[in-house]
Design a protein around this ligand. Sequence first.
Ligand code: ADP
Ligand code: MG
Length: 230
Amino acid sequence: MALLPQSPRIGRRVRTIALVGIDGSGKTTQAHRLAAELAAAGLPAVYRRNAGGRHWFGRVAGLVGKEDAEQLLGRRGMLGVESVLRWLAIARTMLRRMIRRDIAVMDRYAVCQYASLRARGARPAAERRARLAYRLFPRPDVTFLLAVDPEVAHERIERRGYDHESMDYLWAATKAYESLPEYRDFVVIDANGTPDEVSAAIHAELAAFTEPAAVPAARRTEPEPLQACP
Ligand SMILES: Nc1ncnc2c1ncn2[C@@H]1O[C@H](COP(=O)(O)OP(=O)(O)O)[C@@H](O)[C@H]1O
Ligand SMILES: [Mg+2]
């Protein structure tokens, strides 16, 4: 792709970019692409995965003859493990970002845990505990919500072939993201198109992000104070 004309400004304004959304929305695909494209434009951008271990436990579950991670650990057990593992993953990402002064392109962030808890019907106390534990992590400079129709996401997940999600869950997860208090700060990207179309939409929003007046205030988070990139 063409180098970003505003890339030095992006580097000064944006140090953490989070991609969030339901399974199959294309987070991993787009986070890899974005990190590679920003790096190709000369920025110290790196892909960071903030996984919660559900996929890994799903594979272990398969090995011992269980259907999925929840059958292995129980619904609440898996939510607890996921909350801890994602916390550790984000802590590692933030530590690396501090030490290396990277631009972190994050595949999932704290809000994904709150959405997971809501979508899986956890009690409000569980989300309160998670929010207490995760409050130490700063808000990303920009959070892209990849908004995709659950049917499209379902079809992609089936095509990906290594896990399964029910339509009920994908609908619940969509509603969960929309119900989060953080939703108003998300930059919502239509993620139903081709990877190139989604990528172009992300780049257009990122470019707009360097022109504060051009971006509706309600749709983005305030950037951290300017920090020079090495
Ligand atoms: N825009 C897109 N159009 C069609 N397929 C896509 C698109 N983005 C990703 N995919 C494919 O769909 C599957 C799910 O994408 P992935 O990036 O793993 O989503 P997520 O990380 O949000 O679960 C993968 O097989 C990926 O190659
Ligand atoms: Mg993924």
